[in-house]
Design a protein around this ligand. Structure first.
Ligand SMILES: [Zn+2]
Ligand SMILES: [Zn+2]
Length: 139
């Protein structure tokens, strides 16, 4: 039996359980993912359709299929805007944002995809000083 991972949105309305096997784990640096996440890249896991079970708040999810794209979609909590898992447009896989899954250790990142579209400040940022939560609180 595969290990399961629990996730939820920021406000806690949407809750789900995800299981593997995980087919891919990508950091996607494309301009669509950068806009959709507001960050340097998306961090998405892919698991077979049916491996995601919503345990609460499924009626609070809104889905957006980018009209000009063949594959690009996203789904989010309509209350807090957090990314939540969704079924791919061809119905084959669930795309699962990795960030909310605590202690996820079932697959290593396979690749940084759309690397040529990465934010110009991304690599610099990785080399910036690292501060823990307690270091930020100490003053
Ligand atoms: Zn929410
Ligand atoms: Zn992308």
């Amino acid at each position: 039996m595969d290990k399961q991972f629990e996730g939820s949105c920021l406000c806690g309305k949407v809750r789900y359980v995800v299981k593997g096997p995980f087919l891919r784990f990508f950091f996607c640096h494309c301009s669509r993912c950068r806009r959709a996440t507001g960050s340097a890249h998306a961090a998405n896991l892919f698991t077979r359709a049916g491996n995601v079970t919503f345990t609460a708040g499924e009626d609070s999810i809104r889905r957006y299929d980018l009209p000009e794209a063949q594959h690009f979609s996203r789904a989010f909590c309509t209350i807090c805007g957090s990314a939540v898992p969704y079924l791919s447009r061809d119905g084959r896989v669930h795309v699962v944002p990795a960030g909310p899954l605590g202690d996820f250790d079932a697959r290593k990142v396979d690749a940084n995809v759309f690397w040529d579209s990465r934010a110009v400040w991304y690599e610099d940022g990785l080399n910036a000083p690292r501060k823990t939560e307690s270091e930020l609180k100490a003053k």
